[in-house]
Design a protein around this ligand. Structure first.
Ligand code: ACO
Length: 430
């Protein structure tokens, strides 16, 4: 929304006015879309520290307050009152479902959970010991080959079916990556189970023994899905938007998002965090690692700490801490070595001047690895679980972008600092 306020920029004595836009919450933004045309200058903002890349109605984060809203609803309330599919419905449709809408949505998703049988053969092309994220990136991208012709992005119905397909099939694809890795047969989805229980069945069930979901553990995983469902314009979401801005097939865009998520500075942090806890090994070594994290000459960072936006606390980390306590209690693992170590690390880091000054707090990934490990999910699958949950956020943001009347292909500019123009000398003269 534009306002009467403007920002004035003076360059070489000449002033230029730029409108200031306001949103519902959060920072106002200076609309500099005409800057290049008016002044011949670009802005420089590598890492997008001060740049709003779009207008969005999906998710809002107040990093100072430690607040996260999906479509206006606080994450704490959603985690308490809704399951993941209700949250997915909310993200997709901008409103929470009523009873009938919820039932209809659950039924639609259940009807899309199976993957094309030919897709199952993709897996054989991968090494058994391949990282499951590599497999999931490939297989999700491979969905493009199955649905490319049924994709008129100007048709809301076809967009809706595409989003439903992704929400429904990603648990099946992720669980198959796990089964392929450990050599067990793929498990077909079960329509008598809810979304998360069905995922656990496909992960942990075998044809020899029926999987019996534990409600506490299922609820914990469902909460993990909810907490990871969207997070405004983070690196992987921006990747999906940028890939989609060219009109690319949305399955390929999600695959690009998964690839970006894999990095240890983003979704790969939960895997890296657990590896770090294993490496520290004992409470007596926490001091040594805190020291390393503060040492500028050491590349080591405390995984699961710090966030680009949250500079007070990550509300998801608080909720995840509670989930962690519940799961460990249910499984009788209250004295789990890594959990104790994580608690001690958190305590020491939060009291340390370096972490206080730099506003470094535990993020969502700090406890999610411990919860997933307790659930029996291997470390290499952690980021796949994150990708599963984030797919609805990616698709919601993708749809918002391609239906935005101001939608344009994403095309950042640059400050060129390479060699000045020069002429090529023939080979013998170089
Ligand atoms: N341990 C030690 N020091 C840290 C950490 C950390 N985990 N995180 C940031 N710092 C320091 C940086 O070295 C930097 O110090 P400086 O000012 O002296 O140069 C300062 O804090 C600011 O950090 P930046 O990296 O500039 O902050 P940025 O916003 O770019 O990065 C990020 C945020 C990537 C999350 C970073 O904190 C990090 O790498 N954390 C560890 C990985 C992690 O947990 N990622 C998960 C993020 S949440 C998610 O994706 C779900």
């Amino acid at each position: 929304m534009s306002t009467n306020r403007t920002a004035t920029l003076t360059i070489d004595g000449k002033t230029h006015e730029f409108p200031i836009m306001v949103g519902t919450h959060g920072n106002d933004v200076i609309d500099i879309r005409t800057l290049g045309a008016k002044t011949g200058l670009f802005t420089y903002d590598s890492g997008y520290l001060s740049t709003a890349s779009c207008q969005s109605t999906v998710t809002f984060i107040d990093g100072d307050k430690g607040e996260l809203l999906y479509r206006g609803y606080p994450i704490e309330q959603l985690a308490e009152h809704c399951n993941f599919l209700e949250v997915a419905y909310l993200l997709k449709n901008a409103e929470l479902p009523n009873k009938e809408q919820k039932t209809a949505f659950e039924s639609t998703i259940k009807n899309h959970t199976m993957v094309h049988d030919q897709l199952t053969r993709f897996y054989n092309g991968f090494r058994r010991d391949a990282h499951p994220m590599a497999v999931v990136v490939g297989v999700v991208g491979g969905l493009s080959a199955f649905y490319h012709d049924a994709l008129d992005m100007s048709d809301p119905e076809q967009r809706s079916i595409t989003i439903n397909r992704i929400i429904a099939k990603i648990p099946t694809i992720v669980a198959m990556a796990y089964k392929y890795n450990n050599g067990q047969p793929f498990m077909y989805p079960r329509n008598d189970l809810d979304y998360t229980a069905n995922f656990m069945h496909m992960m942990f069930g075998t044809p020899c023994e029926e999987y019996k979901p534990n409600p506490v553990l299922t609820h914990a995983l469902d909460t993990i899905f909810t907490l990871h469902a969207d997070h405004e314009q983070n690196a992987s979401t921006s990747t999906v938007r940028l890939a989609g801005s060219s009109g690319a097939n949305p399955y390929a865009c999600v695959s690009a998002g998964i690839a970006c998520l894999w990095g240890p500075a983003h979704g790969g942090a939960n895997e890296a965090c657990l590896q770090m806890l294993e490496e520290i090994g004992d409470v007596s070594r926490v001091g040594e690692y805190i020291k390393r994290a503060k040492d500028k000459s050491d590349n080591f960072k405390l995984m699961g700490f710090g966030h680009r936006v949250y500079k007070n606390f990550d509300p998801r980390a608080k909720l995840m801490g509670k989930v962690c306590t519940d799961v460990l209690a249910e499984l009788g693992l209250e004295n789990d070595r890594l959990f104790k170590l994580a608690k001690e690390l958190e305590k020491i880091a939060l009291e340390d001047e370096y972490f206080i000054e730099k506003k470094l707090y535990p993020n969502v990934d700090f406890y999610s690895g411990i919860v997933q490990k307790a659930l029996g999910i291997p470390t290499t699958m952690f980021t796949c679980i994150f990708a599963l949950a984030r797919s609805i956020g990616w698709m919601t943001q993708w749809e918002e972008m391609i239906t935005d009347p101001e939608y344009k292909i994403g095309r950042p500019r640059q400050l060129y600092v390479g060699a000045a123009r020069r002429d090529v000398k023939p080979l013998g003269q170089r």
